[in-house]
Design a protein around this ligand. Structure first.
Ligand SMILES: [Zn+2]
Length: 147
């Protein structure tokens, strides 16, 4: 069997889409090993997982300092670029902290919390719960009894 430019292009594209080698082989009518071998020769990168797609995001290449992460988590002051900003607890609490794991490029959260945020069907919280039980908010507009 021969690798036509067409097949190579298809291989590359399916590879980048994260297809399994077996599946790509099926599509191209070649064996899985042929796919792996050809991809290797083409210098194709390891296939990205569907979640962690490589981007040319500068932050993703830079390693976030993970040394500061304690069991308690990290405060907003320790929260740096490339760290998951998923909040734990109430902002008024002493033990309020952020997740602080390495985030997914282009996302404010780590893998786990991306999944949590987007599975909920809600838009991700940007800076924590807005009105905690201790918050001064919750002011209600008085009923207009007089005018
Ligand atoms: Zn997280």
């Amino acid at each position: 069997m021969s690798w036509t430019p067409e097949k190579i292009e298809l291989l590359t594209s399916l590879w980048n889409q994260g297809w399994t080698t077996a599946r790509i082989g099926e599509e191209l009518g070649v064996g899985k090993n042929a796919v792996v071998g050809k991809a290797h020769r083409l210098g194709l990168p390891k296939r990205p997982s569907p979640i962690q797609r490589r981007t040319e995001d500068g932050e993703s290449t830079k390693k976030a300092p993970a040394a500061k992460v304690q069991s308690k988590g990290i405060s907003i002051y320790d929260l740096g670029a490339g760290m998951c900003r998923w909040p734990f607890g109430d902002p008024g609490d002493d033990d309020f902290h952020f997740c602080g794991k390495k985030n997914v490029p282009t996302k404010p959260y780590c893998d786990e919390h991306c999944a949590a945020a987007y599975l909920n069907g809600k838009s991700p919280r940007e800076d924590g719960p807005r009105n905690g039980p201790r918050g001064p908010g919750g002011q209600r507009a008085p009923m207009p009894s007089k005018r």
